[in-house]
Ligand binder design. Sequence first.
Ligand code: 5AD
Ligand code: SF4
Length: 452
Amino acid sequence: MTAEAPRARKVYVEAFGCQMNVLDGELALSRLASKGWERTEDAEAAELILFNTCSVRDQSEHRVWSRLGALRERKRTDPSLLIGVMGCMAQREAESILRRMPHVDIVCGTRRFPVMDALVERARAEGQVLAVETDGYVDVRRDVRIRPQRHRAFVSVMRGCDHKCSYCIVPRTRGPQIDRSLEDVAEEVRRLADDGVREVTLLGQNINTYGRTLDAGPDGRRPTLATLIRAVDRVPGIERIRFLTSNPMDLREDLLEAMGELPRACGYLHFPAQSGSDAVLRRMRRGYTRDRYLELCARARELCPGIELATDLIVGFPGETEEEYLATRTLVEQVGFKQIYVFKYSPRPGTAASDLADDVPEAEKKRRNNDLLDLQDEIALRRNSAFAGRRIEVLVDGPSEKDASRLAGLEDGHRTVIFEGPAELSGRFVQVDVERATAPALYGRLVAGSER
Ligand code: 5AD
Ligand code: SF4
């Protein structure tokens, strides 16, 4: 009898929602890879399917419910298939996922994914596994070689959030803030740089409060995001530093000073305003006013000339009147963002705002949503057009998704730049002469021989 070749252990990972989820999926994968699992982009070929889920809006959860439902039949015909759900929805809906979707094998919350390999073994041996404890430190150390892009990487610097913005489910799904030590983060960045990474994005749900849960260092001071960025800036090989997401409530001047001073800190700030109306900001419990937000934008531009600002906005928050909505609209006009991300309010069970009537009709939410996007299109086109005729530096990602005969990359302010060039330039810095602009991108010509 000939022995059958062992079946390759293939895992399919799909992330929904924010960058933090994308990274957590990679971290779980890194753990699985150390036990011989291999990533596949083809769910049909996978022995393990992992969905890394988001709870921020109802719609994000709906999508996962229907994807899970669609796997029921496959699991019936192939009982060796393992199905895992991780992330915010797994944390929030834990038991109900196992009840409504009995073909799911693993439900892993937001703080247990670093032991995904052990959970998979347990599921194989014992059947359904539920791992949603939120206590304790999340060990996010990883095999830095496992990442989707060679030249760019995300690094988690903190977990959770201690705020209670009234619409937000995150403090419930991701738990209280826990920071990773500055030395740990710097060490991971060093290992990434040694493996070819040139741009890092530091990730935290409320990254401006980084350090709050750490002990003071030898100088008697607690690390802050500014000191962290300064430490990352000293890592040889790293040429660009970004970070997400900045809460206006906690933005400190020392951060803007560091960004202004350090050429490697990108001139880009993702800075969610959520609303331009003081009354709505109060109901959201955001802890700042419109004027304070505008003041911070002005200060950022003063200390970091050329900085690009991007923001998140929620439309149709409970009780949002036309006048309150228009205050958001004028904020968008006044600031001149590089980009805005607009969300229609979605009540999340257990949040303070879910006690308020969700009284802005869906059609009206949609109208406000589209109105803001149309306005921003004009603003982005105007701002991008100012780049025509300029020479800019681009970190090349690779062939453009829309047109594989061209290359796409990002400039310092997080704009997409598209131009013709050979695929071998992926991962290199090049100079591009900008010729024209659209609202979402800049188009230009590669400067021959400029790669480094
Ligand atoms: N409804 C709509 N949008 C929301 N966001 C967070 N919670 C909600 C909600 N309940 C948006 C915020 C946040 C982004 C990640 O998602 O704008 O910044
Ligand atoms: Fe949610 Fe507010 Fe925390 Fe951001 S700062 S994760 S919006 S509670």
